[in-house]
Design a protein around this ligand. Structure first.
Ligand code: APR
Length: 304
């Protein structure tokens, strides 16, 4: 059985147009996806990577410590993952009942599998799009938008493709894994924006084809094994380097390069607050770990 290493340059579902022209040159992350056979790859860190433990819920004292850290900080970076949108009705990837439990990512979400059979991806993509289009930002998204209005936020780096930060009113959003609202033609690069693309798929056009050249359309959601969007990646790195505080919300931190960003911020002198329902692979680098639901904890630490 073929497995994909957790530290391969993969990500969610999609890619950004610039990115196909100008590839991000971070050595490690540009390596082609590493493949391996055999049982060794079936570790807790494979693509499905269910987390191992759930610890105590955040207490008032820790919430207060985090709130003060945010209040005193002048350069805040935020990194979000699928967990922040769970309370908006969008399942995450690796929790029980997560997306990768129903769809084998090797079959549905690698760049290679897309080129082999784009229909599979678009079938899953259509199901996701229906969920995304119905979802509304929750209290955590709203609180982050408020944090930006207070002007000490450098930016939100998100691994999510659901557009909920923007819907909540956040302006400085770096979409590390692309967006479900953008697609492009694999043949002629024509870009397609908005819900219309999903409407076509819903109407039975699977895979959707380019109006100009009839080439297959690919969602911009970055697939496993696909290079990262260069502009988004360099913006994310810049934000992490400049930050004096990073708040990480709702990510298992298993997928690189996103999982490396908290360490980068820490190495650059930032303190780290981690908000997540379960333990992550990076709890050990956090100054404060707050266990619980993002929609409940984030408004409290931001003080809205
Ligand atoms: N509040 C806070 N955290 C939550 C909540 C919640 N309401 N619900 C779930 N979580 C936590 C889970 O415990 C889990 O640790 O959010 C985390 C989500 O982790 P993943 O499912 O691995 O999602 P993410 O880290 O965003 O995945 C990264 O992997 O397959 C890809 O491309 C996909 O962008 C995604 C990337």
């Amino acid at each position: 059985m073929t497995e994909i290493y957790p530290d391969s340059p993969h990500v969610a579902l999609g890619a950004i147009p610039n990115f196909r022209r100008k590839v991000f040159r971070h050595e490690h992350h540009l390596l082609p996806m590493k493949m391996q056979s055999g049982p060794k790859a079936m570790t807790e860190n494979n693509l499905w990577g269910r987390q191992q433990h759930r610890s105590d819920m955040a207490d008032e004292k820790d919430i207060e410590i985090a709130r003060k850290m945010i209040e005193k900080s002048s350069k805040i970076a935020v990194l979000t993952g699928a967990g922040i949108s769970v309370d908006s009705g969008i399942p995450d990837f690796r929790s029980e009942g997560g997306l990768w439990e129903r769809y084998d990512p090797h079959e549905y979400a690698t760049y290679e599998s897309f080129l082999r059979n784009p229909t599979k991806f678009w079938e899953m993509g259509q199901e996701l799009a229906e969920v995304f289009l119905k979802a509304k930002p929750n209290e955590a998204h709203m609180a982050l938008a408020e944090l930006e209005r207070r002007s000490n936020l450098l930016g939100i780096i998100t691994q999510n493709i659901d557009n909920l930060h923007q819907t909540a009113g956040s302006k400085r959003v770096v979409e590390l894994h692309g967006s479900f609202l953008r697609a492009y033609c694999l043949e002629c690069n024509t870009e397609y924006v908005g819900e219309a693309i999903h409407q076509r798929v819903a109407n039975g056009e699977i895979p959707p084809k380019c109006d100009k050249c009839a080439g297959v359309l690919k969602s911009e959601a970055v697939l496993f094994g696909e290079p990262m969007p260069e502009t988004a990646m360099s913006e994310a790195i810049g934000i992490c380097r400049a930050a004096d505080l990073m708040i990480v919300i709702g990510s298992s931190l298993t997928i690189y390069p996103a999982a490396f960003l908290p360490q980068l911020a820490k190495n650059s002198g930032a303190r780290i607050i981690l908000v997540n329902l379960e333990g992550t692979n990076r709890d050990n680098i956090a100054d404060v770990v707050l266990r619980g639901r993002a929609s409940e904890i984030v408004p409290r630490i931001i003080g809205v």
